[in-house]
Design a protein around this ligand. Structure first.
Ligand code: NAD
Ligand code: TYD
Length: 353
């Protein structure tokens, strides 16, 4: 049975990837390795945790000895690496944790996989290391232009600097050791199981509770939004059909100014909550801008579309409706992640196994 290691599978995007792989590939054993930081929550995977091909391993990619023994024990055939510290604002207040997990953790995984896969006595030539990255490594655009796979790296935040660094290490292992890698750089995701510190889930949570919606600066910054299940489908395709040594951009062609996005969200929430039109917009509060705030991201995913045949399924307007419905229907999840109660779920499900 083929064994695939997915790191960060208890997080937002990782949980969608784990669910997709566990259900679509019943003949593969899927190992979810996650430290369960504040952003990792096993409740995200309650619907697949009983599947016989799903395995959870609690662990930290910063710990090389642990990672190395895990690779020796399971001899993984492939790695889909998502584990990371992912929030720009947190990277501004604590950059070192981003270096430790995003850079050192990635190099630990590369070293453990290299030791196993490139061992001359028992090489594993079909193996593949897939690194999931972000479009933020390309820096910030003005009103014109779009990121392609050949855009020069120009990260500005500690988060994007750490992701750029890990991308460079992954490429360096390919070029130096002939190590089998593929990388993708994706735009901003949204959808279910998104921790309510990022713009969209935070705004949904605050609107629901009639709390202020903090909009940084004048809300003029532009992001290119992709529904998380479309990212998971792209990851599946790239992992199985992408070419080693290549990079693929992933994005939905859905550029929105933050303030326009928030106004749209307010209208959807007013309708779904039976509030008067315009009521939620009153909660918009302009706050101090983020330091080094990138103005605009926009991604050209034509390589992925033309070479591998990927297409996003939802535009932001449709995806946002679905996302709001999910949050309104999953109040317990929101309550657990905001109160830290998901640790209790972990203890109940896993510690006595
Ligand atoms: P997330 O913060 O929701 O989840 C990260 C997961 O990694 C969590 O489950 C956490 O517990 C785990 N983790 C953190 N440190 C770890 C460590 N040291 N060892 C093991 N596990 C650890 O993040 P996300 O939004 O799901 O992002 C997943 C990946 O996709 C990241 O690599 C991120 O850079 C990339 N990405 C995210 C977006 C986005 O819009 N969210 C866009 C493009 C790329
Ligand atoms: P975020 O969801 O943190 O993703 P990223 O910084 O990786 O793009 O932020 C999306 C945009 O929304 C970004 O321009 C910053 C802005 N923002 C706010 O205006 N208010 C908020 O409370 C947050 C979290 C973000």
């Amino acid at each position: 049975m083929k064994k695939i290691l997915i790191t960060g599978g208890a997080g937002f995007i990782g949980s969608h990837v784990v669910r997709r792989f566990v259900t679509r590939y019943p003949d593969c054993a899927i190992y979810n390795l996650d430290k369960l930081t504040y952003a990792g929550n096993l409740e995200n995977l309650h619907d697949v945790e009983q599947c016989s091909n799903y395995h959870f391993v609690k662990g930290d990619i910063q710990d090389f000895d642990f990672i190395s023994s895990l690779f020796e024990k399971h001899r993984f055939d492939g790695v889909v690496h998502l584990a990371a510290e992912s929030h720009v604002d947190r990277s501004i207040s604590n950059p070192l944790e981003f270096v430790m997990t995003n850079v050192v953790g990635t190099v630990n995984l590369l070293n453990a996989a290299r030791k196993l896969w490139l061992n001359p006595e028992s090489p594993m030539p079909q193996a593949r290391f897939y690194h999931i990255s972000t479009d933020e490594v390309y820096g910030s655009l003005g009103s014109e232009g779009i990121f392609t796979e050949t855009t020069k790296y120009d990260p500005h935040s500690p988060y994007s600097a750490s992701k750029a660094s890990s991308d460079h290490f992954v490429r360096a292992y390919h070029d130096t050791y002939g190590f089998p890698v593929v990388i993708s750089n994706c735009s901003n995701n949204y959808g279910s199981f998104h921790f309510p510190e990022k713009l969209i889930p935070l705004a949904i949570h605050n609107i629901k509770n009639k709390k202020p919606i903090p909009v940084y600066g004048k809300g003029e910054n532009i992001r290119d939004w992709l529904f998380v299940e479309d990212h998971a489908s792209a990851i599946d395709l790239i992992f199985h059909k992408g070419k080693n040594g290549e990079t693929y951009n992933i994005g939905g062609n859905n550029e929105w100014k933050n303030i326009d996005l928030i106004r749209l969200l307010c209208r959807i929430m007013d309708r779904k909550l039976g509030r008067k039109e315009g009521e939620s917009e009153q909660l918009i509060t302009f706050v101090k801008d983020r330091a080094g705030h990138d103005l605009r991201y926009a991604i050209d995913s034509s390589k992925l579309q033309n070479e591998l045949g990927w297409k996003p399924s939802l535009r932001l307007e449709e995806g946002l409706e679905k996302t709001v419905e999910w949050y309104l229907g999953n109040e317990a999840w929101l309550e657990h992640v905001t109160s830290g109660q998901y640790q209790k779920y972990y203890d109940a499900q896993y510690t006595q196994r």
